[in-house]
Design a protein. Structure first.
Length: 172
């Protein structure tokens, strides 16, 4: 057995070891973003199949860890969006309320989510990727299949549309 085969086998075993822990995380990632359990299940399967394929066939397999797997999931979601131009993104649910959380912040989040859902699909997609998923503009461009310049322009228009729809024009 060659060193390359050993690395591929190690990567595949690492992915299998990570599977039980990462399955609910990957599935949850998709459910929150597409709102359809069937699609979330399909995308979760596609993610793990792509991850296993990468672990088994690459000459230099990736480091198998949760951030890498979520990166694979992000690409699968972007592929799904490119196939379907009529997508609807769903914002992450709120974190469990703690002592520091107050009702006003929760209302602001609900209003912002409602505004986000009224925006056009391209505006919603770029805002979610940039501000919820913390993607750089370059990453957003790659995921949306646009140039960086076009994505920057889309982001400016999306922010403007969000502020226009936000009650009282928003605070920023």
């Amino acid at each position: 057995m060659s060193a390359q085969s050993d690395r591929q086998g190690d990567a595949a075993r690492a992915l299998l070891a990570l599977y039980d822990e990462s399955l609910p995380v990957v599935y949850g990632y998709f459910v929150r973003r597409c709102g359809d359990r069937g699609i979330a299940e399909d995308l979760t399967s596609e993610t793990f199949l792509a991850a296993m394929q990468a672990a088994r066939t690459r000459k230099d397999p990736p480091t198998i860890a949760m951030p890498w797997l979520i990166g694979v999931a992000r690409h699968k979601l972007a592929d799904h969006y490119r196939r379907r131009r009529d997508f609807v993104l769903v914002a992450d649910p709120p974190e469990p309320a703690g002592a520091d959380d107050d009702w006003d912040a929760e209302l602001d989040r609900l209003v912002a989510e409602s505004v986000l859902n009224r925006l056009s699909e391209p505006h919603r997609a770029v805002l979610v990727l940039r501000y919820m998923d913390d993607c750089t503009v370059g990453e957003c461009a790659e995921l949306l299949g646009r140039t960086v310049h076009a994505t920057e322009a889309l982001l400016v228009r999306a922010k403007r549309a969000f502020r226009k729809e936000y009650p009282e024009g928003g605070t920023s």
